[in-house]
Design a protein around this ligand. Structure first.
Ligand SMILES: *Cc1c(COP(=O)(O)O)cnc(C)c1O
Length: 374
């Protein structure tokens, strides 16, 4: 069994994808080909946002957003303690200081109370200027932007939505990638909308930021690429990736719906045995991961051993809080212990999840988990 079965997806859509790739090769317009512009228009329309700028990966997308806001030395950027490394990595990359914030135990997303405490700490105990919050939509579920917006407005923070895992997710009728002042996503192959290599995108309704992002991702170009008005990156989505993504957009909604059906079946079979994921009212997850919680670290080891014996892949996203990553040693700042993050890191376990899972596979996963938990 595959954790995310990309081969099955390709086999189902081989003809269209092969055709689209061959077209790029025949046209030989490998960088900034017409498929890239078309994809940006489709992604912006899908997310319901004015501007989409594609780039080389989801990490660059986050860095480009911070660069567009000219965040740097002396600035504090708030990041959930429970996320993929990139969400925090980009902050010191632009010279600012990451401040890690605890999460909500049910949704795994940033806790607004902890954010408030962290901002107050920075204001009263450091010389840093609170500038932005990276709100991660973990495992596919959009963060609670209504609550976040209030706190952000109170302290004048910009909201950067890291929607790397939530493309296709929704809250209150709006799509992921529309909730931030700037939002970003990733097209890493295993993400909800994945390409055949690295890829990413930045979204915003702000025209001036969009223009700056278009410059920043191509060497800080001015009127053309040989007129450079600022220091930027070489961070483009190539035409092959755009061609693959254009094809995948044709059946993406159906895939998100299929993942939601798989999640409902998991819920039904596992509820009462383990802690199943909590999705807030009015929210649709895009199910980058289906993550359960066990009673303690020991029970998780036991379940993982059983799954391994049964030939079922499972992954721990994430084992280590951000603030304990060695890379951030020496730049930590904040008063609070992230207790919920510590708690979740010891107990979380992500199960196989993708749109092409069959009932027999779902039954096999649940049978294995139940056997171990007893
Ligand atoms: C995958 C991921 C990223 C980075 O995306 P890449 O395309 O791999 O650079 C950033 N944030 C989160 C939450 C992610 O899951």
């Amino acid at each position: 069994m595959e954790f995310r079965d990309l081969k099955r997806q390709y086999q189902m859509h081989k003809k269209e994808i092969d055709g689209a790739l061959q077209e790029v090769i025949d046209g030989a317009h490998f960088i900034s080909g017409p498929q890239v512009t078309q994809l940006e228009q489709e992604l912006a329309a899908y997310a319901g946002v004015g501007h989409c700028i594609t780039c080389a990966n989801g990490t660059d997308a986050l860095q480009l957003a911070l660069m567009a806001w000219e965040i740097g030395a002396g600035d504090a950027v708030f990041v959930p303690d429970f996320t993929f490394f990139s969400s925090g990595e980009v902050v010191p990359l632009v010279g600012a200081v990451p401040v890690f914030v605890d999460i909500d135990r049910d949704t795994f997303n940033i806790s607004t109370d902890s954010l408030r405490n962290a901002v107050e700490y920075v204001l009263h105990h450091t010389d840093l200027k609170p500038k932005a919050v990276v709100a991660v939509d973990l495992f596919g579920q959009p963060a609670d932007y209504e609550a976040l917006r209030q706190t952000a407005a109170e302290y004048g923070l910009l909201v950067l939505e890291d929607a790397a895992q939530s493309f296709g997710g929704m809250a209150d009728g709006k799509k992921a990638c529309s909730f931030g002042d700037i939002s970003t996503t990733s097209f890493f192959p295993a993400k909800p909308l994945g390409c055949y290599g690295d890829g990413g995108a930045v979204f915003t309704d702000n025209e001036a930021w969009a223009e700056r992002l278009r410059s920043l991702h191509v060497h800080g170009k001015g009127s053309d690429k040989y007129d450079n008005t600022r220091i930027g990156l070489n961070s483009r989505l190539d035409t092959m990736q755009a061609a693959v993504l254009l094809q995948k957009m044709r059946f993406f909604e159906e895939e998100v719906a299929a993942c939601n059906r798989v999640a409902a079946k998991y819920d039904e079979r596992l509820r009462g045995t383990v802690k199943t994921p909590v999705i807030r009212d009015g929210v649709r997850s895009s199910w980058a991961q289906y993550t359960i919680c066990l009673r303690d670290a020991q029970e998780r080891e036991h379940v993982m051993a059983q799954m391994k014996a049964d030939g079922i892949p499972g992954m721990v996203y994430y084992r280590k809080p951000m603030h304990r990553q060695e890379a951030f040693a020496g730049m930590l700042c904040g008063a609070e212990r992230c207790e919920n993050t510590e708690y979740i890191c010891e107990r979380c376990l992500s199960l196989p999840m993708h749109p092409y899972m069959e009932d027999a596979e779902i039954d096999a996963v649940c049978g294995s988990v139940k056997k171990a938990v007893g």
